[in-house]
Design a protein around this ligand. Structure first.
Ligand code: G3H
Length: 236
């Protein structure tokens, strides 16, 4: 089995100073190519320069569905590849919640990423209300539907229950294994499925031991080299 992936997502946090302090620590830590860090656009090139000669991969947190043209403020997949990105997060719940992103848009972004040779990490997840209403699986199935026709070996899925993102509450092991099994059953048993939602240094090993977890998508804890390295070391 391939090594579990550990993907850090800095979201809209950080500064040149923080990149210069955290990224070299990751570069020195002899991590494998299963580890990646998704930076805000302005810091991608700097982070890349600090990761030279390491297998740690660089990613972005979004991209434009269009390839090139007059789309002020947007960043294309080819541009991300050009500055050294290898992966990109797509359809994160924060994009869906605050920027009106739909699964249909996200699916077009997945295709744009693939055209540029990037690994898309497509995010899905239900709200607390949807879980309480017993429709969590329907929500996930609906979010996955738009990927039909895209070979499952070309992308990863991140299961991020919205009630666990940035809240300090992680989903229970049974909830994680049940939903990961459902996602694999819906797409393919070989689909790489990451868990995201309050993964920290002190719970990463526990989460990564859950059946069906092929890695983790880490938000807040990726901003600290010490915390993030603890999570990286929990991958097997
Ligand atoms: O992309 C990362 C996820 O949204 C998880 O964020 O680890 O801060 O809960 P979090």
């Amino acid at each position: 089995m391939a090594r579990q992936l550990v993907v850090g997502n800095w979201k809209m946090h950080g500064s040149v100073g923080q990149v210069r302090s955290v990224v070299p620590e990751l570069a020195r830590a002899e991590l494998g190519s299963n580890v990646s860090i998704c930076m805000p656009y302005p810091y991608l090139s700097l982070a890349k320069s600090l990761l030279v000669d390491t297998p740690v991969q660089l990613g972005a947190q979004d991209l434009c569905e269009f390839h090139i043209g007059a789309y002020t403020g947007e960043v294309s997949a080819a541009m991300l590849a050009d500055v050294g990105c290898e992966l990109v997060i797509i359809g994160h719940s924060e994009r869906r919640r605050y920027f009106g992103e739909t699964s249909e848009t996200a699916a077009r972004k997945v295709r744009a990423a693939l055209d540029a040779g990037l690994l898309p990490i497509y995010c899905v997840g239900e709200t607390q209300e949807q879980r309480d209403a017993g429709v969590a699986r329907d929500v996930i199935a609906d979010e996955l539907k738009v990927l039909s026709g895209v070979p499952t070996s070309l992308y990863a899925v991140a299961y991020e229950p919205m009630w666990a993102v940035g809240t300090g509450v992680t989903a229970a092991p049974e909830q994680i294994s049940e939903m990961h099994a459902f996602i694999k059953q819906t797409l393919s048993q070989h689909t790489c499925v990451l868990y995201g939602g309050s993964v920290k240094g002190n719970n990463a090993a526990h989460i990564m031991a859950v059946d069906g977890v092929d890695g983790v998508l880490v938000g807040g804890a990726a901003l600290s080299a010490t915390e993030f390295l603890r999570i990286c070391r929990a991958a097997h």
